[in-house]
Write a protein that binds this ligand. Structure first.
Ligand SMILES: Nc1ncnc2c1ncn2[C@@H]1O[C@H](COP(=O)(O)OS(=O)(=O)O)[C@@H](OP(=O)(O)O)[C@H]1O
Length: 283
C-alpha cells in the first residue's frame, strides 16, 4: 500500500485510491470486505470537516424527537459516539467516511452525503488537525502546506474531489437512495433541508413546523458547543477532545485565512474537477 506522511506528522496509506490514517487500516479493510448492508439501513457519509457532526445530530434528533431532555443522548456524548450505536448507522466509529461507491451501487440501503465548499473545508481541517495532531503544540503546520496537500489529494479520506463527485453522481443516478446535502444550504435554508432529510429518512412530522424547529435547535452548533460534555469531554476512541468538533460553523470563513493565491489555486482545481458534473461547491 502506498504510504506517506500527512503534515510531517502522521502516516497515511492509500487503499483503492483513497488515503486513511495507518492506524485505521485494518478496520477499514475488514469493513470493505465484510460490509453487508441491510435494506433499511441509512448510512451517513461525508468527507472530513464538511458537516458530519451536524448531520449526525440532525439525524439523531429526527429519529428521537419524542425523547425528553433526560433521554437526549446528545446531551451526554459527542454525536460521533451516539450515532454509530443507532440502527441507522451500525458501523464502528470512523468508518462512515470510507469511500463506498461500489457498495452504494450494489446495496439496497440508503445514503445521506453532506458536502461543503472546499475552501472552508481546508480551513476547518487546518484548525482541527493542528489541534489534534500537534496536540496544541507551539508550531502549527502552515496553512500553505495544508492547501498543498489538500490539492494533491493526500489528506485523510482524500482526495476530496473524487470523494464528493462519486457520491454526487450516485445521487443523480439514484435519488431515492442517495440524498446529497450541502453544508451551505443547511445554513441558508435549514428548515427546507431538514424537511428533505426527514422525508428521505421516512420520519414522521417532517411537515410540522414545531418539529422541524425543535430538530434544528437541538442540533444547533450554539447549543451543542455549550454543553458540558462538548466543552470538557473527550471522545475516547478518537482520543480527541469533543470541543475540537465545534468551532465557528461559518460559511465563507476561509476569507479570514486563505491568501488570494491559495484561494485561486483551490478555485482553479475545483473548476477542473467539477467540470461537466453539474455540481457546484460554492460558499
Ligand atoms: N451542529 C453544528 N452545526 C453547524 N456546524 C457544525 C455543527 N457541529 C459542528 N459544526 C462545524 O462543522 C465543521 C466540522 O465538520 P465535521 O463535523 O464534518 O468534522 S469531523 O470530520 O466530523 O471531525 C466545523 O466547521 P468550522 O467551524 O468551519 O471548522 C464545525 O464547527
Amino acid at each position: 500500500m502506498p504510504k506517506q506522511l500527512f503534515w510531517n506528522s502522521h502516516e497515511i496509506c492509500q487503499i483503492d485510491g483513497f488515503w486513511y490514517f495507518v492506524e485505521g487500516t485494518e478496520r477499514i479493510a475488514a469493513f470493505r470486505s465484510g460490509f453487508e448492508p441491510r435494506n433499511d439501513d441509512i448510512l451517513l457519509t461525508s468527507f472530513t470537516k464538511t458537516g458530519t457532526t451536524w448531520l449526525m445530530a440532525l439525524c439523531y434528533n429526527i429519529l428521537n424527537l419524542d425523547d425528553d431532555d433526560e433521554e437526549d443522548r446528545l446531551a451526554k456524548k459527542n454525536p460521533h459516539e451516539v450515532v454509530p450505536s443507532l440502527e441507522i448507522n451500525f458501523l464502528e466509529d470512523g468508518v462512515q467516511r470510507i469511500y463506498l461507491p461500489e457498495a452504494v451501487r450494489e446495496s439496497g440501503c440508503r445514503f445521506v452525503y453532506v458536502a461543503r465548499n472546499p475552501k472552508d473545508t481546508v480551513v476547518s481541517m487546518w484548525h482541527f488537525y493542528n489541534k489534534l495532531l500537534t496536540r496544541g503544540g507551539p508550531k502549527p503546520f502552515p496553512l500553505e502546506g495544508a492547501v498543498e496537500s489538500f490539492c494533491k489529494g493526500a489528506v485523510p479520506f482524500g482526495p476530496f474531489y473524487e470523494h464528493v463527485v462519486g457520491y454526487w453522481k450516485e445521487s443523480k443516478r439514484r435519488p431515492e437512495e442517495v440524498l446529497f446535502l450541502k453544508y451551505e444550504e443547511l445554513c441558508r435554508e435549514p428548515k427546507e433541508q431538514v424537511r428533505k432529510l426527514a422525508s428521505f429518512m421516512g420520519a414522521s412530522g417532517d411537515d410540522d413546523e414545531v418539529v422541524v424547529e425543535k430538530v434544528l435547535w437541538r442540533s444547533s452548533l450554539g447549543r451543542l458547543k455549550e454543553l458540558e460534555v462538548n466543552k470538557n469531554g473527550t471522545w475516547e476512541t478518537a482520543r480527541a477532545p469533543n470541543a475540537h468538533f465545534f468551532r465557528k460553523g461559518m460559511v465563507g470563513d476561509w476569507k479570514n485565512y486563505l491568501t488570494s493565491q491559495m484561494a485561486e489555486r483551490i478555485d482553479q482545481l475545483t473548476c477542473l474537477k467539477l467540470q461537466g458534473t453539474g455540481l457546484s461547491l460554492d460558499d
